[in-house]
Design a protein around this ligand. Structure first.
Ligand code: MRU
Length: 350
């Protein structure tokens, strides 16, 4: 089955990083050309591009832009400046480890090149394009493995957007849904709206309805109700960082969905590439959680929605403990508890 939406969220083209502006979807579809490493820092921070694998690729592009900006031909000076700029780009958002992973891969490559600074820059460009293509391939593998876990005619709940828009294309959690739908067009999706930035309402429903996948939008507080009515058979969500024990950081509200799924005995899956697993972190307690602007909570569409002097707190992510997770769907297969062992094995298979 082919899908209508061959969405390419981000791509290196004509010496710029071209990305879909996700701040304005679904009202407007527009791409933005990012031309400097500083513009890339803000594109990630302000969420023109978002979603863990997509910001990984944005980081890889950012390093290419950084290399193109550095004027010195002295290799040691060049590498020193490149590493400084890499740290700056990596500081744009703290939770999704794919950003650090991709930027570090680019730096490792730059250090390994025997040629001059032009050759390093060219190698970084080629590697960024390779990473883009690999991202789509990995998502298709995740989709294939994950589709095996989807019951016939299932209603699948997802939270936030772990789709083509959160990756280069196809998606992780929505990749599972796309692959399952290709085999069984009777499946249906429930999409949580995902306050405060509405990635579920704005992005997930846009993507899935373009592909003709039946999708029902619900508000975040409704998931337990639909579970209690027997209307949800499975949950699949993405991840921003998975610790070595399987604890998983994902968009705020994911933990609530996982608790509700456990109570109602509904399988709860994470879909993510191995690059989202941070084996240097023992448990979810060590995952840095981004605190975002309070305006995201106090305003809807530019209008105040609360008392002006109320206290606000706005963590962008929460951590779902591993015991609530039925499986982690990766490009190497579905990892099952005990995650400490299955994650270790998956990395040895690499
Ligand atoms: O703040 P965002 O929109 O970047 O958060 C995105 C998510 O939490 C996604 O679910 C996660 O990155 C997985 S993307 C395949």
């Amino acid at each position: 089955m082919t899908f209508k939406s061959k969405i390419k969220t981000i791509e290196w083209t004509q010496n710029v990083s071209r990305m879909i502006d996700q701040r304005i979807l679904p009202k407007e579809f527009k791409t933005v050309d990012i031309k400097t490493s500083e513009e890339m820092y803000y594109a990630i921070k302000d969420m023109i591009v978002r979603g863990a694998p997509a910001i990984g690729i944005a980081g890889a592009h950012g390093i290419v832009l950084a290399a193109m900006e550095i004027k010195t031909k002295d290799k040691q000076e060049f590498l020193k400046e490149l590493k400084r700029k890499a740290e700056y780009i990596k500081s744009s958002r703290p939770t999704a480890v794919n950003l650090m992973w991709a930027a570090d891969k680019q730096i490792e490559l730059a250090e390994s090149i025997q040629g001059d600074t032009n050759e390093i820059t060219e190698a970084l460009k080629q590697n960024a394009i390779k990473m883009e293509n690999e991202d789509i391939e990995i998502n298709k593998k995740i989709g294939d493995f994950g589709s095996e876990a989807v019951p016939k005619g299932a209603s699948i709940l997802t939270h936030c957007n772990a789709g083509a828009l959160a990756t280069v294309g196809y998606g992780t959690a929505l990749g599972v849904i796309r692959s399952a739908f290709a085999k069984d067009p009777t499946i249906k999706v429930f999409a949580d709206e995902t306050r405060p930035r509405q990635q579920g309402a704005r992005l997930t429903t846009w993507e899935l309805t373009r592909d003709g996948i039946p999708t029902t939008l619900i508000t975040d507080g409704m998931c337990s109700y639909f579970m209690s009515k027997g209307m949800i058979d499975m949950v699949v969500v993405g991840a921003d960082r998975i610790a070595a024990n399987g604890d998983t950081a994902n968009k705020i509200g994911t933990y609530t969905v996982a608790i509700a799924a456990k109570y109602h005995k509904i399988p709860f899956y994470i879909a993510a590439p191995l690059s989202t697993i941070d084996i240097s972190i023992k448990s979810g307690n060590d995952i840095p959680i981004e605190e975002r602007s309070h305006d995201e909570v106090t305003h809807i569409n530019g209008d105040w929605i609360c008392a002006e002097d109320v206290n606000i707190i706005n963590p962008g992510f929460d951590v779902t403990p591993n015991e609530l997770i039925s499986g982690i769907i990766t490009e190497k297969g579905i990892l099952r508890p005990c995650y400490k062992t299955s994650i270790q094995n998956a990395f040895n298979l690499k």
